[in-house]
Design a protein around this ligand. Sequence first.
Ligand SMILES: Cc1cc2nc3c(=O)[nH]c(=O)nc-3n(C[C@H](O)[C@H](O)[C@H](O)COP(=O)(O)OP(=O)(O)OC[C@H]3O[C@@H](n4cnc5c(N)ncnc54)[C@H](O)[C@@H]3O)c2cc1C
Length: 420
Amino acid sequence: MKRVIIVGMGFGGIRAARELAGKGMEVVMLDRNNYHLFQPLLYQVATAALEQESIAYPIRAMARRWPETRFRLAEVCGVDLEGKRVMTSEGPMEYDYLIVSAGSETNYFGMTSIAEHAYDLKKLEHAETLRNQILGLFERAVKEHDPAKRRAMLTFVIVGGGPTGVEFSGALVELVRYVLAKDYPELSITECRVMLVEASGSILISQPENLRKYAVDRLRRMGVEVLLNTAVSDAAPEHVIFKDGTIIPTHTLFWSAGVKAAPLAGVLDLPKAGGGRIKVKPDLTVEGHPEVYIVGDMACCEQDGAVLPMVAPVAMQMGSYAGKSILARQAERELPPFRYKDKGSMATIGRSSAVASAFGFHLSGYLAWMAWLGLHLMYLVGFRNRILVIMNWGWYYLFHERQVRLITMQESGPPKCTWK
Ligand SMILES: Cc1cc2nc3c(=O)[nH]c(=O)nc-3n(C[C@H](O)[C@H](O)[C@H](O)COP(=O)(O)OP(=O)(O)OC[C@H]3O[C@@H](n4cnc5c(N)ncnc54)[C@H](O)[C@@H]3O)c2cc1C
């Protein structure tokens, strides 16, 4: 039986495994985590809307339903392309076919001070850290008598006007206005600032002009300070500095202004493109190695003169294609080149408000929001997770409450008694 190794059980990896399961191949799935993570909802964990468990799903639970697949919890450190071996923390593993879908990491474009002080959202633990930071600062602000220091604690700077920055800033301002304002009667809501900083002249650049304008207007009405044509150039623990020299006192800089290929791409001796992504051929294999497929955020694949974006639908379609392509080759057939079918894009802004564009249709407001909710529920893995998410969303919609307002770790450790 031929062995396929899949590295990374994110959006691309699970689609490939699903395609290959029970089709006469031995499928070995590798990931450093034992769960599949639904990254698009990480910001809701960070803003106390969802429990972290509800956006992750154990890979072994999926494997139960997929015949001839098995999972190994392992860190992949490299690939011996000539010897057809994957080097892992559990030792080398041989393959006949390899699918690499190890995703991406945050790109700080070499700005070390920002990398050192910024928060990002790529992993489950990042979301919990960010939630602890936000709620921890409110607790500290209650005890702070200096208004300037208190204001710095309650200022949140979000960099990057893509979907993650927009969704996070909308969710954060709603958390502050509707939930934390009730939890912290000692604090004035007007002291809190949520700033969305975007270097270009527009947010949500993949959306049409009317929807971008809607998003900016809506965020501003909700209380987010949207700063366009503004770039952050430096950061320290208690302030950020804009390119024009403006200093914003803050303890929280959230960076969502760029991604690059996961570090594993760097150790593979294969041609790279921008952001360290690996150049793939139209069938998603790499030059000189027809048995190696790169899919998802790690792959640089051109279509109609443009590079495909690093988004979940691209990863899912690539993963399915790689699986189908291997099966076709086993049956001595060839598939036509990979072709991404763009079904549109969307971003939520706040309660009852989102933007969506697909097949020439532009939607904003409640209808777009309902479409966003439906689509995210559909792609979330696990029936129980869907129920939990619906319950949390329903609770928030009806009562304006977010239940997961837990500080699970404090920056300076738990409070200590210093008197005797
Ligand atoms: C906060 C956030 C919000 C997003 N919102 C949206 C959205 O609204 N819509 C959208 O379409 N896309 C969104 N995306 C992008 C989307 O999540 C990615 O495009 C998608 O996850 C890429 O899939 P992938 O399979 O390439 O990688 P991933 O889903 O990232 O999976 C990679 C997997 O590889 C594993 N891995 C990595 N390196 C190793 C290693 N060395 N050894 C072992 N395992 C390894 C990881 O643990 C992970 O499980 C968002 C991303 C983030 C971070």
